[in-house]
Design a protein around this ligand. Structure first.
Ligand SMILES: [Zn+2]
Length: 143
C-alpha cells in the first residue's frame, strides 16, 4: 500500500482528490485514458487493456500477478496463523507435535485465499477495462 496523488498534466487537477491510498504496484492493466474533471482533456494513464498489451507486457503482468499473489498468500497465512494462535492458545507440546501439519494448513489457506483474490480481481477487471476501452467511455473510470 502506498500514497499517490494523480494529477492532470494539463491543468494540475487531482484525479484522486489529493493523496490517496493505493494497493498493489507494478500492474500495467487498466484503462489507458481518463478524462480530466476540470479541463476535460484526455490524460494518458500509462496503463493498457489486456488486448492492447504486447506478449511481453502480458508475460510481465502474469509474472507480477503471480509474485504478488504468492507474497500476499504468505502474509495471509501468517496473519491467520497469529489469529488462530491468539484465539486457541495452543500448548507448547501441541505445537511441537503438530507444527508441520499446522504450518502447511495455514500456507494452503493463505495461498488459496490469495489466488481467489487475484482471480476475482482479473476476472472483473479485464472485461471492465476492455469494455470501457472499446466504447471509449473514459469518464466511467473511477480511481
Ligand atoms: Zn485537466
Amino acid at each position: 500500500m502506498y500514497l499517490k496523488n494523480i494529477l492532470c498534466p494539463v491543468c494540475g487537477y487531482s484525479f484522486t482528490g489529493g493523496y490517496k491510498k493505493f494497493v498493489g504496484t507494478g500492474s500495467l492493466l487498466g484503462v489507458p485514458y481518463m478524462r480530466c474533471g476540470n479541463c476535460e482533456k484526455l490524460c494518458d494513464t500509462g496503463k493498457l487493456a489486456w488486448s492492447q498489451m504486447n506478449p511481453f507486457g502480458k508475460v510481465m503482468e502474469i509474472f507480477v500477478a503471480l509474485f504478488k499473489t504468492f507474497f500476499t498468500g504468505l502474509l495471509l497465512a501468517l496473519l491467520t496463523g497469529f489469529a488462530i494462535a491468539l484465539l486457541f492458545q495452543p500448548t507448547h507440546e501441541w505445537m511441537q507435535a503438530n507444527r508441520p501439519r499446522v504450518t502447511y494448513a495455514f500456507l494452503f489457506i493463505g495461498l488459496a485465499l490469495s489466488v481467489l483474490r487475484t482471480a476475482w480481481y482479473y476476472w472483473t477487471m479485464i472485461p471492465e477495462v476492455e469494455r470501457i476501452t472499446r466504447e471509449k467511455k473514459w469518464d466511467e473510470w473511477m480511481i
